[in-house]
Design a protein around this ligand. Structure first.
Ligand SMILES: [Zn+2]
Length: 688
């Protein structure tokens, strides 16, 4: 699960920026190493409002760019990573790499995408053979074949958590629930173009309004692709998607792993989900030899399969054609790109501007040959010294967790033993992977943007299905080094911290250790905490789905965490809107535990001995200020409201209020009874 802070990706980047304009630009060297006193507002009492004490001046002076919903350390580092990646791609492209090599693939992929006139000149021609193949489907058996040929490994239930595919179903190749040593095939529900079944079924005015605008968009896309009778087709497609939506299980249920562990033999499908010709489907998908699958949402499979039999062939053919146009719209002429953005970008996401082409080119390269760029990125922007430094922080933070777990009076010895074993086997990837993905089966052709995306998706699919049944590489990464994020991989008992997040703002090799532990150290601690919490309790030290907690442990844990729910329920980002302490509980626990473990880890490190003051701040003060500065975010009211309503993380300001639960914060800032953030020792929540 992507369990850390949500990246505040810009909704649309600034206009008219070309790759050449960013070439040579680099992340500005930080003016100061460690905490930045110029961001602080020392007229605020730390015990009254620690977030504004640490960030007040920055918050007053920093403007949110007009095309963004929010800014913070995440979005700033994301800009840096994108510009660096674009510059690397351009550098590689200019070096005229040898045909067939990885660098040549990067160059051809990017340059072909950037050649807008070339794409314009081809018009809809690259799409036509695919549409003709759909038009030629004669019966439901051929339909099953086409649906099978369309299966891709485009979903991910537990790592990068993506439950959406517009194909009828989606494949995820990952370690098995019961046998985490071998790759298994997971199948997830699909078939919808809109993000979720709620968009078709919910009765809120907002959803009704969006739904009304959707069929005209479908019709416009069909028209651009040369179809006639587009309004009637659009109505049929919308109706079919809506019917599929009715068969889906909800997003909340999909996220519940306890409902997902359903193994079906290939021979079970015909009886458990009649309608689709499964033998034909699996054969076309290249999976006829796969003995069994984990079916994530069984009722949706039964429901969708039945629709293949009951809904007329012509409706399915229209749906397939429309989904094909959407999937490849980005590689087609501007009119198609714009129509897609007008609906999915503007109407659905509220963004005002399409990302500049060079950024979309970077996303394409990252998506199809990400590790090829990642290799160079890691070498250029993440030194062995920095890696060793983070490695030491991880070791010290894990050691702090060990002590804390051992000291728990309420946890059963057998639960403790498995928690310690989870720490023994935990793999923490730092900066970049030990082995890189191999793209040798991906044929990139200069001048064929559409074909490159088609072959890239297919090559990725073939690489993945070739792994089924084979031994799991527990050290495999699920993010590229140039990604600003961190991830917890429960079936591998592993964490990934890509190079792009290990940058000033979160981590600076030249900063005092206290500041690094307060910022990235607390994030490392946060992720480690997730391996033990209510989500981590579902997977054991080998990554198998097995509940290793004793029921009494759960009871105690829940009683303790109830006080944290109540604490967060009192926080009000708006007078009429409070944080939901239950909805954000898992993340708040991880914040408390992560900060506490990072503090212990810091004090166990040699760097903490005789550590220097910075600008008059003691090391402990630096530790806590750095934590609050890493959480700084400025968010537009509408976006903040939707975050409070739907995000599992508390907004940054309230995440930084975690310090109230940490004893050493009080003496560090001389926080006393009567100050607004003061909590009596008995009211401070300590989970681990
Ligand atoms: Zn988290």
């Amino acid at each position: 699960m992507k369990l850390t802070l949500k990246p505040l990706l810009s909704s649309a980047a600034c206009a008219l920026m070309f790759v050449s304009a960013v070439l040579g630009q680099d992340a500005p060297k930080p003016a100061v190493h460690g905490i930045d006193p110029s961001h602080m507002d020392t007229s605020v009492k730390p015990g009254d409002d620690f977030y504004h004490y640490a960030n007040g001046t920055w918050l007053k002076s920093y403007e949110i760019p007009p095309d963004r919903a929010a800014v913070g350390v995440f979005s700033i580092l994301d800009d840096v990573a994108n510009k660096r990646t674009a510059a690397l791609i351009e550098e590689i492209a200019k070096s005229n790499p040898k045909p067939g090599t990885g660098p040549r693939k990067i160059a051809d992929l990017f340059n072909t995408f950037m050649d807008e006139p070339g794409i314009e000149a081809k018009g809809m021609a690259p799409l036509r053979p695919h549409l003709a193949a759909i038009a030629a489907i004669k019966d439901k058996k051929e339909l099953a074949r086409a649906l099978g040929e369309g299966l891709r490994n485009d979903v991910d239930a537990l790592n990068n958590t993506n439950f959406h595919t517009a194909n009828l179903f989606g494949l995820w190749v990952a370690p098995g629930f019961e046998d985490s040593d071998h790759y298994t095939a997971y199948l997830l529900q699909g078939g919808l173009q809109l993000p979720d079944s709620d968009y078709y079924l919910s009765d809120t005015p907002h959803m009704r309004e969006l739904r009304a605008k959707y069929p005209p968009h479908i019709a416009a896309m069909l028209k651009l692709a040369g179809f006639t009778d587009t309004d009637a087709r659009a109505a049929r497609i919308f109706e079919l998607e809506k019917t599929i939506a009715g068969k889906h299980i909800s997003f909340a249920d999909s996220q519940d792993v306890h409902k997902a562990n359903n193994t079906w033999k290939q021979s079970d499908f015909a009886a458990k989900a009649p309608g689709l010709d499964w033998a034909e489907y699996f054969k076309a998908a290249g999976l006829s030899k796969q003995p069994s699958f984990i079916v994530w949402q069984p009722t949706a499979f039964a429901g969708e399969s039945a629709l293949v039999a009951s809904v007329p062939l012509e409706s399915w053919k229209d749906l397939l054609a429309y989904h094909m146009i959407e999937a490849y719209a980005g590689m087609l002429p501007k009119a198609v790109v714009d129509e897609r953005f007008n609906f999915f970008g503007k109407e659905l996401s509220g963004t005002s501007q399409l990302r500049p082409r060079w950024q979309r080119g970077v996303f394409l390269v990252n998506g199809l040959v990400g590790d090829e760029v990642g290799k160079v990125y890691a070498q250029r922007y993440f030194s062995p010294e920095a890696k060793a430094q983070v490695q030491e922080m991880v070791s010290n933070t894990i050691a702090a967790f060990r002590k804390r777990i051992e000291a728990l009076s309420w946890m059963d010895p057998s639960t403790k033993a498995e928690a310690q074993e989870k720490l023994n086997t935990l793999y923490v990837g730092i900066g970049y992977p030990e082995t890189w993905h191999d793209y040798s089966n991906f044929d990139v052709k200069a001048g064929d943007a559409f074909g490159n995306l088609w072959r890239g998706n297919l090559a990725y699919y073939h690489r993945d299905i070739a792994r089924l049944g084979k031994a799991v590489d527990k050290h495999e990464w699920s993010m590229t080094p140039q990604t600003v994020n961190a991830v917890n991989l429960p079936l591998q008992n592993a964490l990934n911290f890509p190079a792009a997040i290990l940058q000033p703002g979160f981590f600076d090799p030249e900063a005092p250790a206290a500041a690094n532990y307060g910022a990235i150290g607390s994030i490392i601690g946060h992720e480690i905490s997730h391996t033990f919490d209510s989500a981590g309790a579902a997977f054991d030290s080998k990554g198998r789905a097995r509940n290793w907690w004793k029921p009494a442990d759960f009871e105690h844990f829940e009683a303790d965490t109830k006080r944290l729910v109540e604490q967060y329920n009192t926080y009000k980002p708006f007078p009429d809107l409070a944080i939901n302490g239950q909805q954000t509980l898992a993340e708040n626990i991880a914040d408390v535990a992560g900060l506490a473990a990072a503090y212990d880890g810091y004090h166990a490190s040699p760097a903490s001995k005789n550590a220097p003051e910075q600008n008059g701040f003691t090391p402990d003060q630096q530790f806590f200020i750095a934590n609050a500065q890493a959480h700084v975010t400025k968010t537009r009211d509408a976006a903040l409201r939707s975050q409070v309503a739907g995000d599992s993380h508390s907004p940054g300001e309230w995440r930084s209020a975690t310090v109230r639960n940490i004893d050493p914060w009080y003496p560090a800032f001389d926080v006393k009874l009567g100050e607004k953030m003061y909590l009596a020792p008995a009211d401070r929540v300590q989970i681990w």
